[in-house]
Design a protein around this ligand. Structure first.
Ligand code: C2O
Ligand code: CU
Ligand code: CU
Length: 433
């Protein structure tokens, strides 16, 4: 709703519920305004938004706006605790390109469990000034958010939250859900559909494509549209990452969205127990007998100037050293690791020196990838990103610019988005001054 001051107001309730995550079984869940997951929030660039988050969970939580540019006190990280029974009402002005962002709890030490039990949702940012022609954009008609998650459900029908003796990366489940639904299908009535894919899993990596090998267009990554559509047959997402794809269908056919094995540079053991060896069917697209025609994506989707590194840009390095540390240190709520100057471009060099894949996510910003192992980024990393995957021994150089907000007292986070790693301390904090 729009209130008297022209703000777009959302009301959300964190609560418990139950849902059919496995056919024929009811499982206890956490949800946001519903039994599992949360509603898609949507706002336009330039709008002032206010979200009233009421916590009825019976335990403390937080709600973080992943990918959003906003002041640290609105970020919903571990410092913006919402006590049981309390309401938290962050407010900020949307000022970033159109993108598929998301929201989820971020309570330190409990993020993995609260997300796994069902709390997450998509937040779509629209940019009236930058909408390209030729992209399907009717929500629920030819434009669908798909939250991809895996769960493990015990014999008692309840979520199994144990990480198991071998799992190097956290909970890896065998029950696949899309938007909280097992065995999902989507009826399609248009020649082309846009799928906004979110890896909302705790730990599982996906390498998404179609069972019949058909090509599609990758049109957007975490923080917004690519400069040009990228024709491909696969898009890899580790937890927290998003990708928007446009796929063409023929009348009457069925197309299965599948996740394929991808080694991610790991040895046999880590591949197997992190889920990287698995092939899984996610969703069946069922095309109607007659389809409404739709144009292919425009040749140019967005203006994305090549990243420019000023000669005096400070450089910082980060080493992913274990499943609980960055630079051999674990997160401490009271320790701030460094300060960056608002609007100053910095080069962040991130290196994975551990034998498992990890990711690197930064709050409050969309960054650019300058190099991957010394080479220019591939098309899927050439756009706006807030989370990147690092294979063992891989190194990335990122251009980070905290453009809009500063707060010398309240920190933002950087961390691995494998949620149990984050909970174990694979996270640090910085302030923008
Ligand atoms: Cu999606 Cu710090 O998180
Ligand atoms: Cu985040
Ligand atoms: Cu990690």
């Amino acid at each position: 709703r729009i209130d008297g001051d022209g703000r777009r107001v959302f009301e959300l309730e964190l609560r418990r519920g139950s849902a059919e995550l496995r056919p024929g079984t009811r499982t206890e869940t956490y949800g946001i305004d519903g039994d599992v997951l949360g509603p898609t929030l949507r706002a336009r660039r330039g709008e002032q938004v206010r979200v009233e988050v009421r916590n009825r969970l019976g335990e403390p939580s937080t709600l973080h706006w992943h990918g959003m540019h906003l002041p640290a006190e609105m970020d919903g990280g571990p410092h913006q605790l919402i006590g049981d029974g309390a309401t938290w009402a962050p407010e900020w002005r949307i000022d970033q390109p159109a993108a598929t962002l998301w929201y989820h709890p971020h309570l330190h030490g409990r993020t993995a469990e609260q997300v796994y039990r069902g709390m997450a949702g998509v937040f779509i940012v629209d940019d009236p000034g930058g909408a390209p022609r030729g992209l399907p954009s009717r929500y629920g008609v030819d434009d669908f958010p798909l939250i991809v998650q895996d769960k493990r459900i015990g014999d008692d029908g309840e979520l199994d939250t144990s990480e198991g003796p071998f799992s190097p990366s956290g909970i890896v489940g065998d029950q696949l859900l899309v938007n909280g639904t097992p065995g999902p299908y989507l009826e399609v009535a248009h020649e082309r559909v846009r799928l906004r894919l979110l890896n909302g899993s705790n730990a599982r990596p996906y390498d998404l494509g179609f069972a019949d090998g058909r090509a599609f267009y990758l049109v957007a990554t975490d923080g917004g549209l690519l400069e040009r559509p990228h024709r491909t047959t696969r898009v890899a997402l580790t937890p927290g990452e998003r990708a928007e794809i446009v796929v063409a269908l023929r009348a009457g056919e069925r197309a299965v969205l599948r996740s394929f094995p991808k080694a991610l540079g790991m040895d046999v053991w880590n591949r197997r127990f992190s889920g990287a060896d698995d092939a899984l069917d996610l969703l069946e697209l069922r095309a109607a007998r007659t389809l409404e025609s739709a144009p292919p994506p425009a040749r140019t989707l967005a203006e994305l100037p090549a990243p420019r590194v000023p000669a005096d840009a400070p450089t910082r390095s980060f080493e992913l050293t274990s499943a609980s540390t960055i630079d051999d240190r674990s997160m401490e709520m009271e320790r701030i690791d460094f300060a960056v100057e608002r609007d100053r471009r910095e080069v962040w060099e991130v290196r994975n020196s551990h034998g498992l894949f990890h990711s690197f996510h930064v709050h409050g910003v969309q960054f650019r990838v300058l190099e991957v192992d010394g080479a220019p980024p591939p098309p899927e990393l050439a756009g706006l990103k807030d989370t990147v995957t690092l294979e063992p021994d891989q190194e990335m150089r990122l251009l980070v610019r905290m453009r809009d907000h500063s707060d010398p007292n309240l920190p933002l986070m950087f961390h691995c988005h494998l949620l149990s790693h984050e909970d174990r301390g694979m996270m640090g904090q910085f302030v923008v001054v």
